[in-house]
Design a protein around this ligand. Structure first.
Ligand code: BES
Ligand code: ZN
Length: 636
């Protein structure tokens, strides 16, 4: 009765058949059950029938429990039960999930059909992180949040989980215990007190949201906990737990200025309404996630000196590149991230000048060099456009698409000039807003615009094939040197060339006067040249920075770079502080590379520590760190 499972040819990371019957509108009604750590409820999906002979709807699914599937008759509101099957055994189950196939009645005559699915999540849902009261700031209520990018929306609700078929979330209801605030990436409509049949003694609140702009399923996002709100400008505001909200507002009160700078560069208004940020508890696995109307952010960004502002600029920039113009599939991920890094750095350049632009690009290039080395210079994942087949796209995640993408765009900008580039960027956004794109969409537009201007030859030197499809280094030389960057380099060289500790105080003074970003440039020089670092020079560096000391530095970007250097140098004084560091962080960027070095330093006790603490971290970093351990085990 059931058909075989296929990867969709228009997005190989989806096992749904959105090319035959395509999702358009969702109503979602969920009860957030903190006691059982699960969501339960239903979705109603409106589909456009593309192929009249379609026999079933395939929806992506990862470990959901399905109770009932029904066809809704929109004329009279009646419901007809539909047969369904979950393909628990299929060749892609470990990476792409176990799709739900719903059999449709024969001879569908309408162009639209409406399906309702009753379901619940398991307590070990990959797209959600459930936190106990003790893991929160105020410790009064538990907390939960979702992280659906890249392909985890299918673990939260049955859907065609692809960025290639955008949908409207007409109505999203979230019901929670009284006292808890439930947020959704959309516009707030209303809230009301409700009673639930199965729990008469407690009071509950039902929050209702809508998302009026079509979005991709990976942007479906919610969080619930004891969360407060403070407005900082007409359009912008901050959500956070009570203990950190003041700090958060102080650190990021200039969001409005950034938003205006972005609007001006792109010449396209911010169309989403409000722009809010939410600071999540420690387990959040990324620096930021561009959920619509409510960017999710990592608390580690609250360092007190505004040096993490580029991360907000980045998530804000996704409001155009990513959320309006979207990668068609995960091989084209650089179309989201490369363009966004470019825009992020433009915003920083407009607001803070060229030195910062160059420093950020410099750090990006150092991280790219390091990532290519770690992934492997000939490995598919070191391509800007990898060929992810049936792997989980999260496995391919690294800075490669970010920084290669940025460098390609910056290179083109240098070739054709800032103004022409900006005009073409603007055209690109206008042309592809609300759509999903692949690389040739951009290249065709670029070429046809330059042709109109009679300037096509300006980009004749671009070796597209190498940029897009070749692994390893980018095909050009770059130069992001800046005054601050040169100062960092000078100190690096002075230390490398020192014979003793005689200049310690002087070097310390220089180091302490550096901005955070310069310190990162400085430490990356050691990380990328570790084989040339002698023991005695490392000792000098250690004394200068003092970064094994607990309270020395609250900037995780600096700390995670330091611990990699220290552990690579087998510094026994760094092992315990590094463990303490990772135990307090959730961001994959920090914990994954530090765990790799910790494991290389001491496998047995690192593994034990990891197992004891892993309940704190999100499923994606946990899976990836475990696979790093396995790789190291195989090394010898
Ligand atoms: N959309 C990404 C985060 C993401 C990517 C989550 C892929 C899941 C799968 C977000 O915009 C991002 O790029 N975050 C960066 C921020 C940085 C580039 C400033 C991060 O978390 O490191
Ligand atoms: Zn991004």
């Amino acid at each position: 009765m059931s058909s075989t499972i296929k990867q969709n040819k228009n997005d190989i990371s989806s096992l749904s058949n959105f090319d035959e019957i395509k999702q358009l509108r969702y109503n979602v009604d969920l009860f957030i059950d903190f006691d059982a750590k699960k969501l339960s409820g239903n979705v109603e999906i409106e589909f456009n029938v593309i192929n009249k002979n379609v026999k079933s709807v395939f929806l992506d699914n990862m470990e959901l429990t399905i109770f009932k599937c029904q066809l809704i008759n929109k004329k009279n509101g009646s419901l007809e039960e539909l047969k369904y099957v979950i393909h628990t055994e299929n060749p892609f189950k470990s990476s792409l999930g176990t799709p739900l196939e719903i059999m449709l009645p024969e001879n569908i005559e309408t162009e639209k059909i409406y399906v309702k699915i009753d379901f619940e999540t398991k307590s070990s849902c990959d797209g959600l992180l459930w936190l106990n009261k003790e893991q929160t700031e105020t410790k009064n209520f538990p907390y939960v949040f979702s992280q659906c990018q890249a392909i985890l929306c299918r673990s939260v609700l049955p859907c065609q989980d692809t960025p290639n078929a955008k949908v409207y979330f007409d109505k999203v209801s979230l019901t929670v215990e009284e006292g808890i605030n439930a947020l959704f990436g959309g516009q707030f409509e209303s809230k009301e007190n409700v009673k639930l049949d199965f729990c008469k003694e407690k009071n509950f609140t039902k929050f209702i949201y809508t998302q009026k702009i079509c979005i991709q399923t990976y942007l479906f996002a919610f969080a619930a906990g004891e969360i407060m709100y403070q407005k900082v400008s007409e359009r912008c505001g901050v959500y956070a737990e009570k203990g950190i909200i003041d700090k958060a507002v102080k650190e990021f009160n200039d969001m409005e200025v950034m938003l205006k700078a972005a609007e001006e560069y792109i010449d396209y208004p911010y169309i989403w309404g409000d722009y809010n940020i939410l600071f999540l508890p420690q387990g959040f696995p990324y620096g930021g996630m561009e959920n619509p109307n409510i960017t999710f952010l990592n608390q580690a960004l609250l360092v007190g000196d505004k040096s993490m502002a580029p991360t907000i600029a980045h998530e804000m920039a996704h409001s155009w590149t990513g959320n309006l113009v979207t990668n068609k599939d995960w091989n084209n991920f650089w179309m989201n991230e490369g363009f966004t890094v470019f825009l992020e750095r433009k915003i920083m350049q407009i607001l803070h000048g060229q030195d910062l632009f160059l420093l950020e690009s410099n750090v990006g290039m150092d991280e790219l060099t390091y990532a290519i080395k770690s992934v492997g210079e000939t490995h598919n994942y070191s391509c800007m456009h990898p060929h992810i087949n049936d792997e989980n796209p999260d496995d391919a995640f690294s800075v490669v698409p970010y920084e290669k993408g940025f460098n390609l765009l910056y290179y083109i900008e240098q070739l054709i000039g800032d103004n022409i580039f900006r005009d073409i960027f603007r055209k690109y956004i206008k042309e592809f807003a609300f759509k999903s794109v692949e690389y040739m969409d951009f290249r065709n537009l670029l070429e046809s615009e330059l042709k109109k201007l009679g300037k096509l030859e300006l980009i004749s030197v671009v070796d597209w094939d190498s940029w897009i499809y070749k692994p390893g280094k980018i095909p050009i030389d770059t130069n992001f040197s800046s005054e601050s960057g040169n100062n960092a380099k000078k100190l690096f060289e002075d230390i490398i060339n020192s014979q003793d500790l005689s200049n310690l105080t002087e070097f310390q003074k220089v180091y302490n006067s550096m901005y955070s970003i310069s310190k990162i440039v400085f430490l990356n020089l050691f990380l990328n040249n570790i084989s040339g670092l002698k023991e005695k020079n490392y000792e000098l560096l250690k004394k200068i920075t003092n970064l094994n000391e607990k309270e020395e530095c609250n900037n995780a970007e600096i700390n995670y770079t330091w611990f990699q250097v220290a552990l690579k140098m087998k510094d026994k004084d760094s092992y315990v502080p590094a463990l303490e560091f990772v135990s307090k962080q959730g961001r994959m960027k920090y914990i994954r590379p530090v765990f790799i070095q910790l494991y290389r330093y001491d496998r047995v006790s690192t593994r034990k520590f990891f197992d004891e603490h892993k309940f704190k971290w999100h499923s994606v970093p946990v899976r990836l760190i475990e696979s790093e351990f396995e790789k190291i085990d195989k090394e010898n």
